[in-house]
Design a protein. Structure first.
Length: 347
């Protein structure tokens, strides 16, 4: 038996044992989780989203304005070459009689010869294309601009949190004292959820390729790393996808959106002083986690990995809701991204 299958089975068994030992799925434990009391509503989250959209649009406009324009092609000194084709200039093709049917049709040697050959086990699940140096640089630039737009939105979100959440930014789970514990909790959650995510991803890919005959597309970052970029570009991809994206996305989806959805009336009503005393039920918390996960998976814009990202987001939201430690979900998110990129980063 393949050693990889044995290691995966052992990891899955250890994770299931640890999951049962911790009893992390008890609703009573979730009801006793810390609360982020405040008046953060979906209107505030919508404001942060608009800031991100505006910053991203401004960055793209500036990029196109500053990009060097390609010079137009030089005209030929002989002028344009135009060839006029008429029916008279086309040579006539002699007509030949069709071959007899008995000579053109051949019977296959066996019925199995007409069947499609099975897909070999070692065949790639997608068709990665090698990117040029210009394409690699453009990918880094576009991801950097996206990270800057998310950073601008995150700064505006921090200002809103400071104004609305009781206790300010530390109450959101971003106090420096929570960093060591958050890293440990995030790594523990990664150890539990990663084999489950891999089983889910393999099932989804099997469904796409073997049942629906659809070849999943490759994500831009993975496609860029498959092109063997130089070390500076590899470092840039790691910093953007392994560190910047988890920090900024977790602050938006878990820190802002999930917190608003866990508020009174799922954050739809106008904030009032009574919201400071509102305590969501376990069912309300689970609903906020599920809604945030659906939006998180949809925001990545790929139906190929939607189930896996949805399951990952459930783990991220549950980890954050149980611990009220944003460093824990950031660590889990960063570990997942880094572990998936690690084989390509080391080659």
């Amino acid at each position: 038996m393949n050693i990889g299958v044995l290691l995966s089975a052992a990891w899955l068994a250890a994770s299931a044992t640890l999951l049962l030992a911790l009893k992390v799925l008890q609703p009573r434990q979730l009801a006793q989780a810390p609360l982020r009391r405040g008046t953060l509503t979906l209107a505030s989250v919508a404001g942060v989203t608009l800031v991100y959209i505006g910053a991203a649009a401004a960055a793209l406009i500036a990029l196109h304005a500053l990009a060097p324009q390609k010079p137009p092609p030089k005209p030929s000194p002989l002028g344009p070459l135009v060839t006029t084709t008429t029916a008279a200039s086309i040579p006539a093709t002699p007509k030949t009689a069709p071959a007899p049917v008995a000579q053109t049709l051949t019977r296959p040697a066996s019925a199995s010869a007409t069947r499609r050959a099975p897909r070999p086990a070692s065949a790639p699940r997608s068709h990665p294309t090698t990117l040029s140096a210009t394409d690699l640089t453009d990918t880094v630039i576009s991801q950097s601009l996206d990270a800057l737009a998310k950073l601008a939105a995150a700064l505006f979100g921090l200002f809103l949190v400071h104004q609305t959440i009781k206790g300010g930014i530390p109450a959101l789970g971003l106090h420096p004292r929570q960093l060591p514990k958050g890293i440990l909790l995030g790594l523990l959650a990664f150890f539990i959820i990663y084999p489950i995510l891999m089983v889910c991803q393999n099932l989804v890919e099997f469904l796409w390729t073997q049942r629906l005959h659809y070849i999943p597309t490759t994500q831009p970052t993975i496609q860029a790393l498959q092109s063997h970029p130089p070390l500076p570009l590899k470092t840039a991809y790691f910093l953007l996808a392994g560190l910047a994206a988890p920090i900024l996305e977790e602050f938006y989806f878990r820190g802002l959106l999930q917190t608003a959805l866990a508020g009174r009336s799922f954050g739809l009503r106008v904030a009032s002083p009574a919201d400071l005393q509102y305590s969501p039920s376990p069912a309300h918390r689970f609903a906020a986690i599920a809604l945030t996960s659906a939006l998180f998976a949809a925001a990545h814009g790929s139906i190929d990995i939607y189930p896996t990202l949805f399951l990952l987001s459930l783990a991220l939201g549950y980890t954050y809701e149980r611990s009220n430690n944003l460093f824990a979900s950031i660590t889990l998110h960063a570990a997942f991204n880094t572990f998936n990129m690690l084989p390509l980063l080391l080659t």
